[in-house]
Design a binder for this molecule. Structure first.
Ligand code: DX5
Ligand code: ZN
Length: 215
């Protein structure tokens, strides 16, 4: 089963709670929440207080993608704000293994994200602590960028590396009805889509266009 995780980066921030409810009711699986610090990535979004405010608008898992450096000092704040999955970047946390241990000790699912230029081998020795691997198929920081085709090979390699471990493989950036099938064929099972979902008026239709393209 392929899961769709709309990224609220492309939502109307003035109506964020209602936007979360709208994609939930439109039939998605996770709410993908992009946290940016203006340091690890050249853009700023929001932090734990905003996540806490939107938490009551959906019972779906909050899939929190931390594009912040450092992340480790703030993990507890994101757990308390209502995150279900907390994903850190392999490039941001020097002590990745420790960050994953902290996330697990907070009772949350632990994810690691890889920038497009980062080889998949960085996760090889932390697989036992992972619930999710997030492959960036754009350079993180902005919605609406074009899918980087070279990531398909990395997705396939990670799929093989995961084997039968219970680790979800998620892909983020430039995923839309035209790119989704190749991403799924390469082995991804969770698709993040920001602009492809929120730039339309009818979210059920925009989500349906993506799931329809992978049939
Ligand atoms: C990029 C973010 C993505 C982004 C995806 O830094 O991590 O989640 O919102 O946006 P689209 O789907 O428009 O590429
Ligand atoms: Zn993201």
């Amino acid at each position: 089963m392929i899961k769709i995780a709309p990224s609220i980066l492309s939502a109307d921030f003035a109506r964020l709670g209602e936007e979360v409810r709208a994609v939930d009711e439109a039939g998605c699986d996770y709410i993908h929440i992009d946290v940016m610090d203006g340091h690890f990535v050249p853009n700023l979004t929001f932090g734990p207080p905003v996540i806490k405010c939107i938490r009551p608008y959906s019972k779906l898992p909050f899939d929190v993608h931390l594009m912040i450096n450092p992340a480790q000092p703030y993990l507890e704040d994101y757990a308390n704000a209502g995150a279900d999955i907390i994903t850190v970047h392999a490039e941001a946390d020097i002590h990745l293994d420790r960050s994953l241990q902290v996330i697990k000790s907070l009772g949350k699912k632990a994810g690691v994200s890889l920038n497009p230029s980062t080889p998949e081998t960085v996760v090889e020795h932390v697989l036992d602590k992972l619930d999710l691997i997030l492959v960036m198929s754009v350079n993180p920081g902005f919605g609406g960028q074009s899918f980087i085709e070279a990531q398909l090979e990395k997705i396939s390699r990670i799929r093989r590396m995961i084997g039968n471990r219970p680790i979800e493989l998620e892909v983020d950036g430039g995923v839309n009805k035209d790119t989704a099938k190749a991403v799924v064929d390469a082995g991804a099972e969770v698709l993040v889509a920001g602009s492809a979902v929120f730039n339309g008026d009818d979210y059920r239709a925009t989500i349906g266009a993506i799931t329809g393209a992978i049939q």
